[in-house]
Write a protein that binds this ligand. Structure first.
Ligand code: SME
Length: 148
């Protein structure tokens, strides 16, 4: 697997800090992590990067699979109020009830995404969406300004 350069070591402390802040401060954010796009041969895949929460079996997700794949391939935020009623959902934990996935863009191109799971149904309202999208924008701007 080949790195795009976005996962270079300079980015890791920033990803870690955003994950830690969201996971520690928002009590309903039970799993918080970043997936970053990498090349696997000639296809793009989402590779698990910094995260907090239970280990997930989904460490590498093709763009045509999962809620994560839907968000990364469209660049649009996906909010799932009830994961059990969404056929796209790839189960990470039996406790997960709802999920939000927000794309991270660099110069208008998706380079990864912020993924958050909650043990509570419909945990991600408009305020959560705004917060997560803001975090993704801040990270994207940081990555734009930092040489790879
Ligand atoms: N639920 C995601 C997979 C990642 S885990 O939640 C950490 C999905 O459906 O793509």
């Amino acid at each position: 697997m080949q790195s795009t350069g976005i996962r270079a070591s300079y980015a890791s402390p920033t990803l870690d800090a955003i994950v830690a802040l969201l996971h520690e401060k928002l009590t309903r954010y039970n799993w918080v992590g970043f997936y970053m796009l990498e090349k696997d041969g000639d296809r793009d895949v989402l590779v698990l990067d910094s995260f907090k929460g239970a280990m997930t079996p989904h460490t590498c997700i093709p763009l045509n699979q999962g809620v994560c794949g839907a968000a990364a391939s469209t660049g649009k935020t996906v909010v799932v109020d009830d994961v059990n009623s969404d056929p796209r959902y790839l189960a990470c934990s039996l406790e997960t009830k709802s999920e939000i996935v927000v794309a991270v863009c660099v110069h208008g191109k998706v380079v990864g995404e912020l993924d958050i799971d909650s043990h509570f149904a419909a945990a991600f309202g408009p305020g959560d969406r705004a917060l997560c999208e803001h975090a993704a924008v801040v990270l994207g701007r940081f990555l734009e300004r930092t040489p790879s």
